[in-house]
Design a protein around this ligand. Structure first.
Ligand code: TXA
Ligand code: MG
Length: 360
């Protein structure tokens, strides 16, 4: 416990949050404290975005490198206008159609945004979350809230209060337990200061939907797909190895995934080969193919159905944490078709595997 902080845990109903409890949480933030709270994506670790000392504590408490900027969370559109130097039409379109919700926009920052938040960058990331606990908390704080995901740096993002407790208990003042988060993956991030707008991180809102809202195409750089070649791009937010479970992961990518039986048999052969070296392994699989592996005696962790990528995204980080709890030597992981939410899933899986990818 580096800081030896006494951590309180407040249980709050996520649909109809008790405002008295959230007021207590807002007071903690007002005093410069750190509060973990659920959003519709993952749990965030919040502090007053205007308080330098508190913002610096966010970095220390989760061992985050000081040059990795934070997202500023707001609850009304006026805040967008005071935090950004200029708000292009694209940002208004995103705000109008997708806020509050799981999308973050990158804009030129105004002088109101302190350098500690943006890690010295001239741009700021802004998001208006829709989770009732998050939005009410921000409202009660009366100030924008800087918040990264509430995990220790390098661990998968937390989708339950238990995950936050395991990573940050004794390091922060308060954890609001509002149950499981809805999407389970972090927000979609789009830079609207450039033309065409650039996707920095795929999230719950698929690119296809963003393009519909914006009315034109978005650039999808290789790093947004989580491809290894892009690691050298050194763009903020892409240079750190995220979602790194302790257990090594081998990701099996295929041209197509629609022939379940053929794909499962290929994955199975790879798993047999690894197991024959004496490695204790698990397979991370879709529900459709999980039976194929368990019949062959493999330990299987089910990510969700191929028919419902939202389910896979929602379970992903929890499954990665469960995998680590099993303390195995290796996991073989199935890939998913890279369209819609599949892009988000593959971005996270490629990063989690440290780009240990086999193409079949
Ligand atoms: O859903 C989410 O976005 C969650 C919840 C809590 O809101 N937050 C979250 O924060 O995932 P974090 O810090 O774990 O990820 C934010 C990403 C980082 O990769 C960071 O580098 C990038 O956003 N980012 C923040 N400000 C940026 C900026 N000015 N330019 C480019 N990237 C930025
Ligand atoms: Mg994070």
């Amino acid at each position: 416990m580096p800081e030896g902080v006494k951590t309180r845990i407040l249980r709050v109903d996520s649909l109809r949050p008790d405002l008295d409890k959230l007021r207590e949480a807002a007071e903690v933030i007002g005093r410069g404290g750190l509060v973990a709270f659920p959003t519709e994506t993952v749990y965030g670790l919040g502090a007053d975005a205007g308080n330098r000392e508190a913002v610096m504590r966010i970095f220390r408490s989760k061992n985050r490198p000081a040059d990795n900027p934070l997202i500023v969370h707001i609850c009304e559109l006026e805040d967008l206008e005071s935090l950004a130097r200029e708000v292009p039409e694209e940002a208004y379109r995103v705000a109008e159609k997708l806020w509050p919700g799981p999308v973050t926009v990158i804009l030129w920052k105004s002088s109101e945004v302190i350098d500690e938040v943006t890690a010295g960058l001239p741009k700021v990331a802004i998001r208006m979350p829709s989770h009732p606990i998050a939005s009410n908390l921000i409202k009660l704080c009366g100030v924008p809230i800087a918040a990264p995901s509430a995990n220790l740096a390098g661990r998968p993002s937390p989708t339950t209060a238990e995950h936050v407790i395991r990573d940050l208990y004794g390091r922060i003042e308060l954890i609001i337990d509002g149950g499981e988060t809805l999407f389970g993956v972090e927000s979609t991030i789009i830079d609207v200061t450039v033309r065409p707008p650039r996707l920095l991180r795929p999230g719950p809102i698929p690119v296809e939907e963003l393009e519909r809202v914006l009315g034109f195409g978005i650039e999808i750089p290789a790093y947004a797909r989580g491809l290894a070649e892009a690691e050298a791009a050194l763009s903020p937010g892409t240079r750190y190895r995220h979602y790194a479970p302790k257990t090594p992961i081998k990701l099996v990518e295929a041209e197509r995934y629609d022939d379940y039986e053929a794909y499962a048999s290929t994955v199975s052969e790879i798993a047999e080969r690894e197991a024959s070296k004496g490695l204790r392994i698990a397979i991370l699989a879709s529900r459709e193919t999980s039976g194929y592996y368990s019949l062959r005696g493999f330990r299987v962790l089910v990510l969700g159905s191929r028919e419902n990528p939202y389910e896979v995204a929602k379970n992903l980080f929890r499954v990665l944490r469960e995998l680590d709890d099993l303390d195995l030597d290796l996991a073989i992981c199935e890939g998913f078709e890279e369209k819609g939410l599949g892009l988000t899933i593959m971005n996270r899986l490629r990063k989690a595997s440290g780009h240990n990818v086999i193409r079949v």
